[in-house]
Design a protein around this ligand. Structure first.
Ligand SMILES: [Zn+2]
Ligand SMILES: [Zn+2]
Length: 174
């Protein structure tokens, strides 16, 4: 899928921001044990991009070399997994959840099936609730009011002027 204007994304705290241009390549989920560990999750959602189509617009990636062939980039301040770079190829991948609009990269394939957790396909059938319904309204309001997450769009400066710590985003979920 070719993207018209650059797609933006970044880490949870906003210290690292990026743009993607060119084509999105083979959005996927990877169940391998290394991706589970790197994302702290059941699988890793990743979308490929030509290396030249990835541009940092704020901050720097911290790198963990998970093998001699692969570098995994993340935010040193907040820990968000951001990139997967197979050094043998001229493509790299970006974590789909770090895109400002993750819905643009619908996965079309799964990798690392040997590591797939048996019940992962059943998760969609679990009972659920919306975040505001999960606890006392006052607590939810406090989380919303003190949210330090960067909003899902580019910002001229971060944290916003006049905020003491990391500022306040406009999104929800503590
Ligand atoms: Zn961060
Ligand atoms: Zn993997």
């Amino acid at each position: 899928m070719r993207v018209g204007r650059p797609l933006s994304g970044g880490c949870q705290c906003g210290a690292v921001r990026y743009h993607l241009s060119g084509s999105l390549i083979e959005p996927s989920i990877c169940h391998c044990r290394m991706c589970q560990k790197a994302f702290g999750a059941f699988y890793a959602p990743l979308v490929g991009v030509r290396r030249a189509g990835f541009r940092l617009t704020r901050g720097e990636l911290a790198i963990f070399r998970s093998s001699d062939l692969v570098e995994r980039g993340f935010c040193r301040d907040c820990g968000t997994p951001l990139t997967f770079d197979d050094l043998d190829r001229d493509e790299m991948a970006v974590s789909i959840g770090s895109l400002d609009d993750p819905s643009v990269a619908r996965p079309i394939i799964q990798f690392g099936l040997e590591g797939r957790i048996a019940w992962v396909g059943e998760l969609d059938d679990l009972p659920g609730s919306n975040t505001p319904d999960e606890g006392p309204p006052a607590k939810y309001e406090a989380i919303r009011r003190t949210n330090h997450q960067h909003p899902d769009h580019d910002t001229a400066a971060w944290p916003p002027a006049g905020t003491s710590s990391r500022g306040q985003g406009s999104e929800i979920d503590g």
